[in-house]
Design a binder for this molecule. Sequence first.
Ligand code: CU
Length: 278
Amino acid sequence: MNKIKAFSFWKLSSYISAFLTCALMTVPAFATLGQPEPGGINLQAAASPMKEKMIAFHNGLLMPIITAIAVFVFILLLVVVVRFNKKANPTPSQTTHNLLLEVVWTLVPVLILVVIVIPSMKMLYYVDKSADTEMTLKVTGYQWYWGYEYPDNGGINFLSNMVPDKDLKSGQPRLLATDNVVVLPVNTNIKILTAASDVIHSWSIPAFGIKLDAVPGRLNETWVRIDKEGTFYGQCSQLCGQNHAYMPIEVRAVSKQAFSEWVKRQSGKTLSKKTGDK
Ligand SMILES: [Cu+2]
């Protein structure tokens, strides 16, 4: 391949990658905060600083890199098909090694991975722990529902089951609404602990950027700071058996004032209610 052609391929691939990246980044954010929407292709809108960082990482770094690689490989394939088919190139070159090319195609992917790994590890440690959490929510996975405890708010605890289709009220999304909603305060550092009583589940809320396995016999930890009031939905994200798809998560994020009033209303009452397997 001569120099001029190589240059124009690079130029073309960078134009296409820039175009695709811009096109994807301008897809409007989800109109409905906290839940999926028909036809949506982007990540759910952020309701926590961790999710904001994840969106920036995905749209600002991962998408441009993967788009450029995909376009580059596609163009190389086209070159092979057009210039090196049997007709266009009847006597193929017998070259089997090229030191410079082999060094480059080993080093460039390594450098790309190094560029990705630095912000990736930073984020991993950011979501792992917070030194100054103000309250704790303990989540336990069961086949097939969730249990919640508020150990430093009077030990409130309850189980949360999916609302079946026939009992849905207007505005409640199918397969996502629950009978007992998790209430959490906004602008508060909340420690989240997960465990499970039978098999591995995973507590996941896309708008918060949380996906944490709930494992029998151990406690996993993460934290969140919700910065928008609203209702947020998630689902169990670890295949856990027959009704894996029917153990949704519903979190209502309210002001600190409304949260302390909710805590007062719950005091003395234990909402534990086992409705059994569905
Ligand atoms: Cu599960």
